[in-house]
Write a protein that binds this ligand. Structure first.
Ligand code: SF4
Length: 381
């Protein structure tokens, strides 16, 4: 593997005995580009048996964790770069190897109908099973574990850190949690038993069996629905649309709280017709109460030549989503916009007032609008 630049994140000390200012000051991660040099003898990977794979002949195997179903030869890795075949056995290389960590408002995930005003201990390892040309965290998602700085964080250490910082939930986020599945499962098992909520911030590219195994330990799932066309998924993400829609249907079937984010990119996925189809599909298959966040694009990673999404485009799509019957449609990355707040679909009262990631007021009583008593779906306590 050749040397290349990467963006370091990380906090080396947080899981030993609490966080230091270095760990939690300022932005989450990915600030300073430095040359990558793997220090001699330093191990940036762990080696923990992987789940959800089948052995084939000649020490080959097939990974069943996500819809890619990689066929992996001995000494090779799957597409995500964090799972390796060693002598016919499969291993995850990133169990407990955290490369980004921060305490974030839950609104930043974004989850708007989940414990508003609380914080989530947010963590990631290297790796992803998609390659989105507009990835905002490409500095960790598109690199192998040897290429990013990381620190050891056991499930027990994660729980201690969450308690130390009074975080009510743990969020698996920034990169793609599916590819650090075994670690996520162990942390979620350990911490959910102690009353901590676990939320997954994902592209929804996970196979059904592992999702069903993980779900009992989770409190919420946020899915990035990148667009509503196969063309977009194929050309912009090197992936497919149908498996993501299937994940959304599974989440609906099992009743796990779900919110959807759509990043609206001018000229690529902002056409009213396909977005109308998407909103129709969401309302029909998942119901009108699923929160949908329409998020503003900023030039990043491989898409530098498209300007930020006009707010008028977002507002137009917001109106279409409401026409299609969705009750909770939000605009993201447009700080101060009235569509950051939650409105009662029955009487129109603003039941949660937000400004950016700040929650100014919650007018809910036991999950109901204080004006008219309408039940507002979500997890409120
Ligand atoms: S999790 Fe990784 S190795 Fe497994 S199928 Fe998906 S991309 Fe391939």
């Amino acid at each position: 593997m050749r040397r290349r630049s990467f963006i370091a994140s990380v906090a080396g000390c947080m899981f030993c005995s609490g966080l230091t200012p270095r760990c939690l000051g300022g932005e989450a991660h990915a600030q300073d580009a430095i040359d990558f040099v793997l220090p001699e003898g330093e191990k940036r990977i762990s080696l923990v048996p992987a789940l959800h794979y089948e052995k084939l002949e000649d020490k080959r195997l097939i990974c069943r964790l996500c819809p890619r179903e990689c066929r992996v030869a001995d000494q090779e890795r799957g597409y995500c770069g964090v799972r390796e075949n060693r002598d016919g056995d499969y291993f995850t290389l990133v169990h407990s190897r955290v490369c980004a960590v921060h305490v974030d408002p839950i609104e930043k995930k974004p989850l708007f109908h989940f414990l508003p005003g609380t914080t989530a201990l947010s963590l990631a390892t290297a790796g992803c099973n998609m390659e989105c040309r507009f990835c905002q965290n490409w500095q960790i998602s598109q690199f192998r574990p040897e290429q990013v700085d990381s620190t050891e964080a056991t499930p027990e250490g994660v729980l201690r850190a969450a308690r130390h910082h009074r975080a009510q939930s743990i969020a698996y986020t920034y990169s793609e949690p599916t590819v650090f599945y075994e670690y996520m499962l162990d942390v979620a098992r350990h911490t959910s038993r102690q009353g901590v909520g676990n939320v997954v911030i994902s592209n929804g590219y996970i196979s059904e069996a592992p999702l069903l195994e993980l779900a009992p330990h989770l409190a919420a799932y946020k899915v990035d629905l990148k667009a509503f066309t196969e063309k977009f998924y194929r050309e912009q993400c090197s992936a497919h649309l149908d498996p993501v829609l299937h994940t959304l249907k599974v989440l609906k079937r099992i009743g796990l709280w779900t919110e959807i984010v759509v990043l609206i990119i001018p000229t690529l996925n902002d056409d009213p017709a396909s977005n109308r189809d998407m909103f129709k599909w969401i309302a029909g298959e998942l119901g009108p109460d699923v929160p949908v966040h329409l998020s503003r694009f900023h030039p990043t990673y491989k898409i530098q030549n498209i300007p930020r999404t006009p707010v008028s485009t977002l507002e137009r799509l917001h109106a279409i989503a409401q026409e299609e019957g969705l009750h909770y449609v939000y605009l993201g990355n447009v700080t101060g916009h009235k569509a950051e707040s939650t409105y009662c679909p029955s009487c129109g009262h603003r039941v949660i007032e937000r400004f950016g990631y700040i929650v100014n007021r919650v007018d809910l009583k036991q999950g109901c609008c204080i004006k008219c008593g309408e039940s507002i779906p979500g997890i409120w306590s």
